[in-house]
Ligand binder design. Structure first.
Ligand code: SAH
Length: 327
């Protein structure tokens, strides 16, 4: 059954469904049926822009293991094409670390793509099956924005119904107060924070978003690199919402034994981790790449590009140092 038919059946049975339910169904189908990343897809992400992104993350994780003298498994939430993991693991390898790898991913289509890049990973459909007996270093880039978002308008949950054969969400009257909440994201952060407190390790969240309280409609849909109406053609565009970093930090801070740092702008973080030095090294090794490397760096760090809308939050478990570059 197509996702539109499924959503129609649900709405017929119940009269209406929440924006969160609509987004969950639409995105599950969307990710299960394609590799959405890159020039020929719907959107592009930092690891697909430049190898420097994953390499600097790998070095930051290596630094944390060196500082504690403990090893940890590498975990990635929603690893996309596996590019970030491959780049991070290469940098970790050069620093002398070869962690076991766990991918939390629901899309069978993307399992196959990830297996080409990182063949010996272990796949999980949810964080609940991750190992519970060792430290975990968890990375999530553009993962939380894809999880179902609830919206309310003046305190009433926003719903989707069918009108004249089309999906229509409750309109947002001018001057109305829109609030958003991503219960699934808060639950995953709280679950991981409890593990980090018990097992050790850290979680690094990188995503576009804001420090709350929220007061705007941030739901958006991208198709072939253009914004489209989120309620037209469900399952054919990537639905996302901006991440409320204040809400995620609060979910972790409720857990005893973890330390939360940030959020810090992605541009400032990458500069603190040494992106200028890495650009220079790669440019020396291959001078023909210099102009490309400079353009990639600008795309990642410039405030008008990904440098300030994207933010980084670090959560460290008991006995583990803060995530580097956020202090
Ligand atoms: N981190 C990658 C990909 C971001 S796209 C990058 O930066 O390029 C979002 C990723 O999250 C995809 O891999 C998608 O399949 C996965 N995903 C979306 N919803 C998910 C869910 N509920 N559980 C697990 N993975 C999910």
């Amino acid at each position: 059954m197509s996702v539109a038919a499924r959503l129609s059946a649900l709405i017929e049975a119940e009269g209406l469904i929440s924006v969160a339910r609509f987004m969950a169904e639409a995105n599950a189908y969307y990710y299960a049926t394609r590799d959405p990343l890159g020039a020929g897809g719907d959107f592009i992400t930092a690891p697909e822009v430049s190898q420097m992104f994953g390499e600097l993350i790998g070095l930051a994780l290596a630094h944390m293991m060196a500082e504690t003298g403990q090893s940890a498994d590498y975990v990635e939430l929603g690893p996309g094409r596996g590019t970030l993991a491959a780049d991070a693991l290469r940098a970790l390898g050069r620093a002398g670390f070869a962690p076991k790898v766990h991918f939390v991913e629901t899309s069978p289509r993307l399992w196959a793509v990830q297996a080409e890049r990182v063949p010996d990973a272990t796949w999980h459909e949810a964080v609940s099956t991750l190992p519970d007996d060792r430290p975990l270093l968890v990375v999530a880039n553009e993962f939380f924005d894809a999880l179902p978002l609830s919206q309310s308008i003046d305190g009433v949950e926003r719903q989707v119904r069918i009108e004249e054969g089309r999906f229509v969400a409750d309109p947002i009257p001018q001057g109305a107060r829109v609030t958003e909440r991503c219960v699934a994201a808060e639950a995953i952060v709280a679950d991981l924070a409890r593990r980090l407190a018990r097992q050790g390790g850290a979680l690094v969240v990188i995503d576009y978003g804001y420090s709350g309280p929220a007061s705007a409609d941030t739901l958006q849909a991208l198709r072939a690199h253009e914004f489209v109406d989120p309620f037209v053609d469900p399952g054919e565009a990537d639905l996302t919402g901006h991440v409320d970093f204040t809400a995620l930090a609060a979910a972790a801070e409720n857990v005893e034994g973890v330390e939360v740092v940030g959020p810090v702008a992605q541009g400032d973080w990458l500069v603190a981790l040494g992106i200028d030095m890495r650009e220079d090294q790669l440019g020396r090794a291959n001078p023909a790449r210099r102009a490309d490397l400079a353009a990639q760096k600008m795309r990642l760090i410039h405030p008008d590009q990904m440098g300030s809308l994207f933010k980084v939050l670090g959560i460290s478990g008991r006995g583990w140092p803060s995530v580097p570059g956020l202090g």
